[in-house]
Write a protein that binds this ligand. Structure first.
Ligand SMILES: Cc1ncc(COP(=O)(O)O)c(C=O)c1O
Length: 442
């Protein structure tokens, strides 16, 4: 319970909401007042089961005592320290803990404030790395169709979501895209990694042949694409990408903003799939979503390539006022501790069968054309209403909220990614509600 009255605004006009149907929302607002564990509470006092860990970020569940306390204490002790040419102990401790959690061979952390900033940072590190080594002709960046890498200009350039790109001019030059890996005709209703599609990684060879590999700096992919509706890499696909990158001296960047911090049952997807990228992009679960923070993790040879020249000079002209902010660092340290105390980074692997069984039980319900899962991620793809794409899934989202479950939709796909503290009873509640929603959907 809140010990102060919930704030219920009486005028919703001024706030231009991000990635939101503003006019629809303001006619029928969905406002949360508090959260605890697996549940939100709305301003009118209804409990809503969190089926999405907020926005794929509240991996340890809500209102975790260690995190709350660490933030309170840190604000009192040291609220801010300049990020440039100065430091504070917690951020160094955090960098060490993070690289310990990362796969062997990833040794350095650069801090940002979001996934989008982590993506920009990773792309800039990739370009500058090649240049620092005297290989500055490598300027091209390769993304993938249906990829999401945040909303800044680098990220939307390598990203592959049409509405996120089409309004914003020329974007970055020198960018090309791999095909996406969604093959519903062959892979519909797969459990875990689909069988078909490893050959799609060979498209990188075609792109190399077109541009010449000596011009390509990096390939960036999400190990599991989340924002375009949970596209799970086909068996062997990521391994093949790694091989082709190695063959041509191209850096491989994994955008682990949603797959990081236990979503697949390992700390990172790199460990789950046993593929080591050169650079890892993280955010979200790093602080349990409580304070904005991201981190870019790199191999030592990338970091070391910058450590040349006179020692009084800045090596990498990049950083943010809030890179490694003390309060964010304290939140992240307490988050990592909470994950460790409760073995949350491997919990998705333990729950995967229960989760997958419940999810796949929706097969056969009206409009369901595919169901797919990996770790504690699930997707239910619906047949779009002719002439009104996205409308059916959006109705499911609104109806699920009315019935007490928070889900997320993208296009006509329902995506689920609950906090890793979820229990079998919550799984039952979530899929029971969803089955009712789907049975009653137009
Ligand atoms: C894979 C991926 N990269 C980047 C981002 C952007 O993160 P942020 O919204 O924190 O900027 C997201 C956000 O959902 C994401 O899923």
């Amino acid at each position: 319970m809140l010990d102060r009255p919930a704030v219920t605004p009486n005028d919703l006009r001024a706030f231009w909401m991000p990635f939101t149907a503003n006019r629809q929302f303001k006619q029928a607002p969905r406002l949360f007042a508090s959260a605890d564990g697996m549940y939100y509470t709305t301003v009118d006092g209804r409990k809503v089961l969190d089926g999405t860990a907020g926005l794929w970020c509240v991996n340890a569940g809500h209102k975790r005592p260690k995190i709350v306390k660490a933030i309170q204490d840190q604000v009192e002790e040291l609220d801010y320290a300049p990020a440039f040419q100065m430091g504070h102990p917690r951020v160094f401790e955090l960098a060490n803990r993070l690289v310990d959690l990362a796969p062997e061979g990833i040794d350095y952390a650069f801090f940002t404030n979001s996934g989008s900033e982590s993506v920009e940072t990773a792309l800039k590190i990739a370009l500058a790395y090649h240049r620092a080594r005297g290989d500055g002709a490598r300027f091209r960046l390769i993304g993938r169709e249906r990829g999401y890498h945040g909303v800044n200009f680098g990220g939307i350039s390598v990203g592959g979501i049409v509405p996120n790109r089409k309004m914003f001019g020329t974007l970055l030059t020198g960018v090309d895209h791999l095909p996406h890996t969604h093959l519903p005709a062959q892979n519909a209703f797969s459990r875990g990694q689909p069988e078909h599609g490893a050959h799609l990684a060979d498209e990188l060879e075609r792109i190399c042949a077109l541009h010449d590999p000596s011009t390509i700096a990096a390939v960036i992919v999400e190990p599991v694409a989340g924002s375009t509706g949970v596209l799970i890499p086909p068996k062997g696909y990521l391994q093949r990408l790694r091989e082709i990158c190695d063959k041509h001296g191209i850096l491989l960047i994994f955008d682990e903003v949603i797959t990081g911090f236990g979503r697949l049952g390992s700390p990172f997807a790199a460990q789950h799939f046993d593929v080591l990228p050169d650079i890892m992009v993280t955010a979200k679960g790093l602080t349990n979503g409580v304070i904005p923070m991201g981190a870019v993790l790199v191999k030592p040879e990338i970091h070391d390539a910058f450590m040349t020249g006179p020692e009084h000079l800045i090596e990498f002209f990049h950083g943010y006022t809030y890179s490694g902010n003390p309060v964010a660092s304290a939140a992240a340290l307490a988050t990592l501790e909470t994950y460790k105390d409760e073995s949350l980074l491997t919990r998705a692997a333990e729950l995967e069968t229960v989760w997958a069984d419940a999810l796949h039980s929706l097969k056969g319900l009206p409009h369901v054309i595919d169901v797919r899962n990996i770790g504690l991620i699930g997707a239910i793809e619906l047949e779009p209403i002719a002439g009104a794409p996205t409308k059916r899934a959006f109705s499911a989202f609104v109806e699920a909220f009315e019935r007490g479950c928070l889900i997320r939709t993208t296009g006509d796909i329902i995506a689920l990614s609950p906090p890793l503290i979820i229990e079998p009873a919550h799984i039952e509640e979530l899929f029971g509600t969803l089955a009712d929603v789907l049975k009653n959907l137009d």
